[in-house]
Design a protein around this ligand. Structure first.
Ligand SMILES: Nc1nc2c(ncn2[C@@H]2O[C@H](COP(=O)(O)OP(=O)(O)OP(=O)(O)O)[C@@H](O)[C@H]2O)c(=O)[nH]1
Length: 959
């Protein structure tokens, strides 16, 4: 959901922005100006509880409840204040269950009684209150009585956000359609109709509906709550529905679950709340439902040769409703193109020639493969497969990744048994061909083999909240080793030692802050991190990337420790951070949750040991961190680069086993023999055990961040594994590198073959920058006319191979901090290969973006030059009809294009002004207010009163 700004909300509430701003500031929200954004949960709260001065906004029950609260805060707030000690207790982290700090309750409701009640809080009374706090916090909103005893409170409301799943509200299908009114009756069943894209319609009417690759399906992408999907009738009881689905009824009365936070408070879920959005019937049906019919009628209503100007000419759904006649853009809209496509008859399978299997032939494709990949395997034309798939009721472009179901469907039709192989399976197969079975190896380990290992931690959070500073501070707090500030090398990860409960404990930190790197590694299947530290600046609060990081960490099932940073800054409000995060299911221990929040100042090095202790406590409580050190090492490459003096160097994290100097190792497509191991202090190590990050020297090439590594039984095996991986990568890289054109769009399939492509080869000094550059380039949006393909990428100098590939595929090479030297440069020159060198990523992106824009076909727009009204028709045997006209506006130019309208209706267009005369003289132009004779060449259907408008097409600059 888009964030709401202060002035927008103020408008909605019918009050001046500055009053709302003041109110928000009073409430402790981080807003500065009227255009500051407000978090969704806060918006909701404000709407439910509008401040004094609001004239509208807030639904009925919400308004009445807060009104009661506002006028008589005592009943709600007083018990809480006395029972709970309502003041936040910022500062150093209190004990695991400290005297309760039910800050949210205090803040959200009435601030005044809190401070006075706080200091005198006896510890004994605080304990039960601590557990009751969240319930109390939320309960004040609806004046629901709060159970005074701790156990009851725990059961009823263990944590403010957690109860979502605890209160399943069975959906009542009947209520949905009826109450909503707008809901399509019987939304659960596919509507019989003309949707050619429905897998359950058309040629294969028997095929069951299933999630697929239909770009129009609303249910694709991230799984969404059942309520969000159109055909949700089948969803049954929906856990977490805070109010009954009979929304009509629920909207009026107080919410049954009102005492708890509900999903509506979560910004990302607010959009799918059941009561607010009538269910769409059948995801696929939605936008396309009226499409074909509308498109056709629109087309017929328009002039022949539709798509031109004139009434109904546009041929879109507008035409279907009798509107139309608007200006036609230079390009057809996606919708128009789609409708055009819909109007085409679905091609029959006999119409295209595709090789058929015998029903048993097994074809293996990689997960994420496209029709092009499959076409390669069976020696077919990808465009034909697009057609076949279309015929089966699925739309996909030739380069779009298909899911397994779609491949199965296609395979069944063509007589192939298509097996989709995941990268993990591929890896397993590869290893097993060398008699290496990592799973069996692990399964054979028993408890005696496993030794405790240090946790591996990643620091995430919003920009500028202090991630880097915190990592620095932690590095410097390496007290046990007495090497404060002694980490001399950046190797991508480091280990610190702390004294914990009398033991020396190590913690490994990944030194690349941010969830992007973390997720990129995860995407490659590398599970590196055990615990995430979520850094939130206490003076800024929860920000968009805080939530993003949180989601990424939760998606990876990582326990989270929250570092509330910058507590030294004036105006820091650590309690507020705790309160904000409750909305996202991170409940501080102080509030009865199980997440440790630690107030720190990275800048002043304050309470870093507290944070490290929290990491260890969380690791011990939530994880079983053990590994077998007595075997060949297995792990992940964290970072790698090409070093001038040392060759390829890679920082790897050993995950199990022990890595030793002299080991034969293969990491991704790189292999070699470990020549030296260095730690973060630059010390030479002979070996590295589980959770130890080390810099490895001796690899022949540079692995990618996130590549897994293993110690191979011998050098030859290592080399062969690397080569096999490289070959597989090469095969997959072309298809994978293709920039996908908007999923919604099927034009690319139609236009396949016509698409202009910019092929790039990226080379850089460090794998990280090559990846960053590639990601950034893939995000360049240049519309659908140009395709950007990264056909190869790698670390190191620009080689002869790169240049040959560039020659073969007409590609441009981008050298990021690397060059083609000596004869390679000459060769590139000779072959006419363009190599562009950059050392600043943004410059590279900018230039490529403009290059792409330059490649775009010019867009033209029509510019009207002038109009003239025909006053008299002169017939000439030599020239045909001459229109004696008066120029009404602009000027009429010889040679320009003309359009004739009669009573407002276009009767002809694209006619050339062949001759122009003033009296007896031929002229090139005649201006407004003058009479002239216009000759329109062979076009003679002219009448007095017709309007001749002249225009020309001018190239439109791209923005
Ligand atoms: N006062 C104060 N300033 C801090 C603290 N921690 C970080 N800062 C400052 O906040 C700014 C941002 O800190 P960084 O560590 O660069 O933040 P980051 O999260 O790594 O930022 P990105 O790398 O841009 O994502 C710097 O100016 C730091 O000096 C702190 O505890 N107190």
């Amino acid at each position: 959901m888009a964030k709401v700004r202060v002035h927008e909300l103020a408008k909605e509430l019918g009050m001046p922005s500055k009053d709302l701003l003041a109110y928000l500031k009073e409430q402790g929200e981080f807003v500065k100006t009227a255009s500051s954004t407000i978090e969704a949960p806060v918006v909701r709260k404000i709407k439910e509880n509008p401040p004094a001065g609001a004239t509208t906004g807030g639904d009925a029950p919400a308004q009445s409840a807060p009104a009661a609260k506002k006028t008589s805060p005592a009943p709600a707030a007083a018990p809480k204040a006395t029972a709970g000690g309502a003041a936040p207790t910022p500062g150093p982290r209190p004990g695991p269950k400290p005297a309760a700090t039910p800050a949210p309750a205090a803040e959200q409701t009435v601030a005044e009684p809190a401070p006075s009640a706080a200091p005198a809080q006896p510890a004994a009374a605080a304990k039960p209150a601590a557990a009751a706090a969240p319930a109390a916090a939320a309960g004040t909103r609806t004046e629901q009585p709060v159970a005074p005893t701790a156990p009851a409170a725990r059961e009823g409301a263990p944590r403010p956000s957690a109860p979502r799943p605890a209160q399943p509200a069975p959906r009542q299908p009947a209520a949905r359609g009826g109450a909503g009114g707008a809901g399509r009756p019987g939304g659960g069943a596919p509507r019989p109709g003309n949707n050619p894209f429905s897998p359950s319609q058309g040629m294969r009417s028997g095929a069951p509906a299933r999630p697929g690759n239909n770009p129009f399906a609303s249910s694709q992408g991230m799984p969404r709550p059942a309520a969000a999907r159109g055909a949700g009738g089948a969803a049954g009881p929906r856990p977490g529905a805070p109010r009954p689905a009979g929304a009509g009824a629920a909207a009026g009365g107080p919410r049954p679950g009102g005492a708890r936070p509900n999903p509506g408070m979560m910004p990302d879920r607010a959009a799918v709340r059941p009561g607010e959005r009538p269910a769409r019937g059948g995801g696929r049906g939605g936008p396309g439902g009226g499409g074909p019919a509308g498109g056709q009628r629109g087309g017929f209503a328009g002039r022949p040769g539709g798509g031109g100007r004139g009434p109904g000419g546009r041929g879109g759904t507008q035409g279907a409703f009798g509107r139309g006649g608007g200006k036609v853009k230079g390009r057809k809209s996606k919708r128009a193109k789609r409708q055009e496509f819909e109007q085409m008859q679905a091609p029959t399978i006999g119409g295209v020639s595709v090789p058929h299997g015998d029903g048993k032939t097994v074809v293996r494709v990689r997960r994420g493969a496209s029709l092009t990949d499959f076409a390669d395997r069976i020696d077919a034309n990808p465009a034909s497969l697009v057609t076949v798939l279309f015929h089966l009721g699925e739309m996909a472009t030739a380069t779009q990744s298909l899911d397994e179901d779609t491949f199965k469907l296609l395979g069944a039709e063509l007589g192939y048994n298509i097996e989709v192989v995941s990268p993990e399976d591929e890896e397993k197969e590869l290893f097993s061909s060398f008699n290496i079975d990592l799973e069996a190896e692990e399964a054979a380990e028993d408890d005696d083999d496993l030794q405790p290992r240090p946790p591996v931690v990643t620091v995430m959070g919003h920009v500028d909240h202090g991630k880097t500073r915190l990592l620095d501070a932690i590095r410097n707090a390496d007290v046990a080793e007495g090497e404060a500030g002694g980490i001399t090398q950046h190797i991508g990860a480091y280990q610190v030692h702390v004294e914990h409960e009398g033991n020396d404990r190590a913690i490994t930190f990944i030194d690349t802050p941010g969830h992007e790197a973390f997720t990129a590694m995860r995407a490659r299947g590398a599970k590196v991190t055990d615990i995430a530290i979520l850094v939130v600046a206490a003076d800024d609060g929860v920000m968009p990337q805080t939530i993003e990081a949180l989601n990424h960490a939760q998606a990876a099932d990582l326990p989270i420790v929250v570092a509330v940073n910058k507590v030294d800054v004036e105006g820091a409000n650590p309690a507020k951070v705790r309160q904000q995060l409750t909305e996202y299911n991170l409940i501080a221990e102080e509030y009865g949750g199980d997440t440790m929040f630690v107030d720190v100042s990275a800048k002043q090095g304050q309470n870093i040991d507290g944070l490290l202790e929290a990491v260890l406590l969380t690791a011990d409580a939530a994880l079983d961190l053990r590994a077998n050190p007595d075997k060949d090492a297995r792990g992940v490459a964290i970072e790698a680069n090409l070093d001038r003096g040392r060759g390829a160097v890679a920082t790897v994290l050993v995950q199990s086993g022990t890595l030793r100097v002299g080991d034969g190792i293969v990491a991704g497509t790189a292999h070699g023999r470990v020549r030296a191991l260095l730690d973060e202090h630059g010390n030479n190590l002979q070996e590295a055990g589980p959770s130890r990050p080390v810099l490895v020297m001796g690899l022949a090439s540079v692995p990618r961040a996130g590549d897994t590594f293993i110690v191979a039984p011998d050098d030859r095996t290592a080399r062969q594994i690397a080569e096999r991986r490289e070959a597989a990568d090469r095969q997959a890289s072309l298809a994978k590198a293709r920039k996908r054109i908007s999923l919604e769009d099927l034009n690319d399939a139609l236009a396949a073959g016509k698409v202009e492509t910019l092929n790039l080869i990226l080379k850089g000094d460090v794998s990280g920058s090559v990846e960053a550059l590639e990601d950034a380039l893939m995000q360049i949006d240049v519309g659908d006319e140009v395709e950007l393909r990264i056909i190869d990428r790698g670390v190191g100098a620009i080689t002869m191979n790169n240049i040959n590939l560039a020659v073969a595929s007409n590609a441009v090479i981008i050298g990021f901090n690397v060059r083609a030297e000596g004869q390679n440069a000459e060769y590139a020159d000779k072959e006419g290969v363009e190599i562009r060198y950059y050392s600043v990523i943004y410059q590279a992106i900018e230039e490529i973006e403009s290059a792409l824009k330059g490649m775009l076909k010019p867009e033209f727009e029509e510019v009207e030059l002038g109009t003239a009204e025909i006053r008299e028709i002169f017939r000439s045997s030599k020239f045909g009809n001459i229109a004696g006209s008066m120029v009404k506006s602009g000027e009429i130019k010889r040679g320009s294009k003309a359009r004739i309208t009669r009573n407002g209706v276009v009767v002809a267009e694209n006619i050339e002004v062949a001759g122009l005369r003033r009296f007896k003289d031929d002229v090139t132009e005649v201006r407004e207010g003058f009479e002239c004779g216009i000759n329109l060449g062979s076009y003679n259907d002219l009448q007095e009163g017709d309007l001749i408008a002249t225009y020309e097409m001018r190239e439109k600059p791209r923005d």
